[in-house]
Design a protein around this ligand. Structure first.
Ligand code: ADP
Ligand code: MG
Length: 253
């Protein structure tokens, strides 16, 4: 999609869990080629929003469109085919398999089927193709030197980057990352930030859900701040950073 085109849009999205309103009348959009951060204190409703945007969860009311198509009712495979790819808040890797194998399995997974069953059903030509594609993505994110190392032996920051390599295999135009910087050291955050900037320069849109305000401020084009399930501020990083409602949400809690 052309730079600046709205590719993902949430319209009046409300999500209730029993009596708890986790998202209340949320509107947001992501444009092609931009990095948007969805931030807010713990419990604000960020992951709930994220799960609905990625089609894992369905709004109680409201609508989510990705490239003009409702996300609800599409399988994760169909959503990936449309160009959206996500990572999860907690690292999901096979620690005893190599970096390359983890990416290759991810490249073939995409559906809800068992990971290994999917891998074993490949014929040789298909397996070679998947491995080539996976190797390209491992190189692309800068993990080439760890290609044949066990994923579990990598530092957390490298594991997060490995998950991004896996997400890149479906050739997305939009990456959704849930708290990619959580638990990382400063150097690891910088490496992650550099990678995301590079992907953006290649035309990728990225939506980052993040608790760590410092991490997003030097990285993103635009910020949406949530508290108690609602948007409390939105704008450029430097604007929301000194917004009194945002300071109150982060410091006053
Ligand atoms: P955040 O990611 O911003 O920390 P969440 O979206 O995970 O916030 O949670 C928002 C609120 O919704 C919290 O009060 C949480 O306990 C509640 N919540 C999230 N998921 C569920 C669920 N599946 N069932 C019940 N309550 C949930
Ligand atoms: Mg969360």
């Amino acid at each position: 999609p052309p730079h600046g085109e709205v590719i993902l849009e949430a319209k009046a999205v409300t999500r209730k869990f029993g009596g708890l309103v986790a998202n209340n009348n949320m509107n947001l959009h992501v444009q092609a080629g931009e990095i948007l951060a969805l931030i807010g204190p713990n419990g604000a409703g960020k992951s709930t929003m994220f799960n609905q945007l990625s089609g894992v969860d369905t709004p109680t009311s409201g609508e989510i469109l990705f490239r003009g198509q409702p996300v609800a009712g599409h399988s994760s495979r169909e959503i990936a085919a449309l160009g959206m790819s996500r990572t999860f808040q907690h690292v999901r890797l096979l620690p005893n398999m190599s970096v390359l194998e983890n990416v290759a399995i991810g490249a073939h997974r995409r559906g809800s089927k068992g990971v290994l069953a999917a891998a074993w059903r490949l014929d040789r030509a298909e397996e070679a193709r998947v491995l080539r594609e996976a190797a390209l993505q491992v190189e692309r994110v800068g993990l080439g030197e760890f290609m044949h190392v066990e994923a579990g032996s990598l530092a957390l920051g490298q594991q997060r980057i490995l998950e991004i390599a896996r997400a890149l295999c479906s050739d997305p135009c939009l990456l959704l990352l849930d708290e990619p910087a959580a638990g990382l050291r400063l150097k690891e955050k910088q490496a992650l930030s550099d990678l995301l900037k590079r992907l953006k320069s290649e035309g990728m849109a990225v939506l980052i859900v993040e608790h760590d305000m410092d991490f997003v401020m030097s990285l993103v084009d635009r910020v949406v701040v949530m508290e108690f399930g609602e948007e409390i501020a939105t704008g450029l990083p430097e604007e929301v950073q000194c917004d009194p409602a945002v300071l109150e949400a982060y410091l006053g809690g």
